[in-house]
Design a protein around this ligand. Structure first.
Ligand SMILES: *Cc1c(COP(=O)(O)O)cnc(C)c1O
Length: 472
């Protein structure tokens, strides 16, 4: 493709994206595609010859779109917000156009330095002190794995330079709440701790970790010849946005010389609102923190922000420094390849930069406050409805609710009833929610926060939920 052909097709593609976003509300939120339906539309063998790009663009509509679930749809109330604002789309286009590989400072100085700038802006936006330095990781799951690797190496004084975990005398233990994200469990496995050394701590009626239980577990493990290594606190669990007591957990981690990692993947975005910062009180005691601008701040995936107190330790854990990667500037600059797992890095900093230039911090704050108010509106509506229950506090924009008709008892029938309400909503195409299980009970989880979601969409969802509960 020549630059001239690119110009023509590129304009058409930008128009296509604009049309898609402008008309997104008319599409069914959850893709109705059956398993294999998309694949069946492609030839089994790769194309031998090239085709005009307009044909390819037409195929976007014909074969791709029906298989897309629309995360930027105003009726998207499933999982978590993952909004990609159009400014972020433009940034991705610019990054792809530049096609820069940003593994070292020298391989694109602007990418490294813009990353330093936007990560420091973000640090200020969420109210973290200068003790923290930020770096972009792809996803929170990767950041949490990096955190546990750093914890492992700190506890063992760099066992990786000797016999690794296999040569350690005492097994190392990781602690997190039973409501922590599966990425914490996965990271503990991948970092070699072993499932037997991942201790999931009980939660209270608000689904937050009980510090007394953590204290006892750490004590017991020590007495049994194990070594507390890392504590993972969640600010805003995935299921219900429960808030683990970060202060208490920081104290316990410190007492045992364990690493404190805070998983604030979704709720961390809300810390751009000063009125939300009580939720992670004690955060300055964390060794590492992850939050995802690619969830609620309008920055398209992949953009996970990882903050650490001790960047030198991170680099010592992650760097390899073979001769072919050394450059003359290594003592003066940051080489972000040594701040994470992959060597190669995309120019992701552009996305946050574009979004902030477009909306400003105030624009983002106003949108998040709108979403919080929409969640409070729905909470009040649910609380006022006699047949509906809430099974978790509404700290942010997620509601865990269930329909309990008069006289119905807990059990399989009630669970099936609520599952069927969620399925009815999702098949309807106007809204998309997530059925989930909280403390053994089937719930309907409503997560508000698409950029396009206004109050009227939340009102429409509530009307649909009640209609579905009545069996229509
Ligand atoms: C979404 C989420 C994750 C996973 O984030 P990815 O960036 O998709 O890896 C981890 N923890 C919590 C609390 C989350 O909400």
């Amino acid at each position: 493709m020549t630059p001239e052909e690119f110009r023509r097709t590129g304009h058409a593609l930008v128009d296509w994206i604009a049309e898609y976003r402008a008309g997104i509300e008319r599409l069914p939120v959850m893709s109705p595609a059956a398993p294999g339906a998309t694949r069946a539309q492609f030839p089994a063998a790769p194309p031998e010859r090239g085709a005009p790009m307009d044909v390819v663009l037409a195929d976007l509509d014909r074969v791709i779109l029906p298989g897309i679930t629309h995360w930027n749809h105003p009726g998207f109330f499933a999982y978590f917000p993952s909004n990609t604002s159009l400014a972020s789309v433009l940034a991705d286009l610019a990054a792809a156009g530049l096609g820069a590989q940003c593994m070292s400072w020298q391989t694109s100085p602007a990418a490294t330095e813009l990353e330093e700038v936007v990560m420091d802006w973000l640090r200020q936006m969420v109210g973290l002190s200068r003790q923290f330095t930020g770096v972009i990781q792809g996803f929170a799951s990767t950041a949490t794995l990096v955190a546990l690797l750093c914890a492992r190496e700190r506890s063992t004084n760099f066992s990786q330079t000797r016999g690794g975990l296999q040569a350690e005398e005492k097994p190392l233990v990781v602690y997190a709440s039973e409501e922590s994200h599966s990425s914490v469990w996965k990271a503990a496995m991948l970092a070699g701790f072993g499932k037997a050394h991942l201790h999931l701590i009980e939660t209270d009626e608000n689904h937050a970790l009980i510090p007394k239980k953590l204290e006892i577990a750490m004590q017991d493990d020590d007495e049994r010849g194990m070594r507390p290594c890392a504590v993972v606190a969640t600010t805003g669990t995935t299921n219900s946005t429960a808030l683990d007591p970060v202060s208490d957990m920081a104290m316990l981690a410190k007492l045992w010389g364990a690493w404190l990692h805070v998983d604030a993947a979704m709720a961390g975005d809300a810390m751009i609102l000063p009125e939300c910062r009580w939720m992670w009180q004690g955060i300055e005691g964390a060794d590492s923190i992850v939050l995802n601008p690619h969830k609620w701040l309008g920055v398209g995936p992949d953009f996970s922000a990882y903050f650490v107190q001790d960047p030198q330790h991170l680099v010592r854990t992650m760097s390899t420094n073979p001769a072919y990667l050394r450059t003359a500037q290594d003592t003066e600059v940051r080489n972000f390849r040594d701040w994470g797992i992959p060597l190669g890095r995309r120019f992701r900093a552009l996305k946050l930069w574009f979004v902030l230039r477009d909306q400003g911090v105030e624009g983002l704050q106003a949108r998040l406050r709108r979403d919080l108010q929409n969640a409070q509106w729905l909470k009040e509506a649910v609380d006022a409805a006699p047949d509906w229950q809430r099974t978790a506090p509404v700290h942010l924009q997620t509601l865990c609710i269930r329909h309990v008709p008069a006289g119905a008892a807990d059990g399989a029938a009630l669970d099936a009833h609520n599952l069927s309400i969620a399925e009815t909503i999702n098949r309807g195409g106007r809204a998309y929610v997530t059925p989930s299980v909280l403390k053994g009970k089937q719930i309907i989880r409503v997560s508000i926060g698409a950029e396009t979601t206004e109050r009227r969409h939340v009102e429409a969802l509530w009307a649909e939920l009640r209609a579905a509960a009545r069996g229509r």
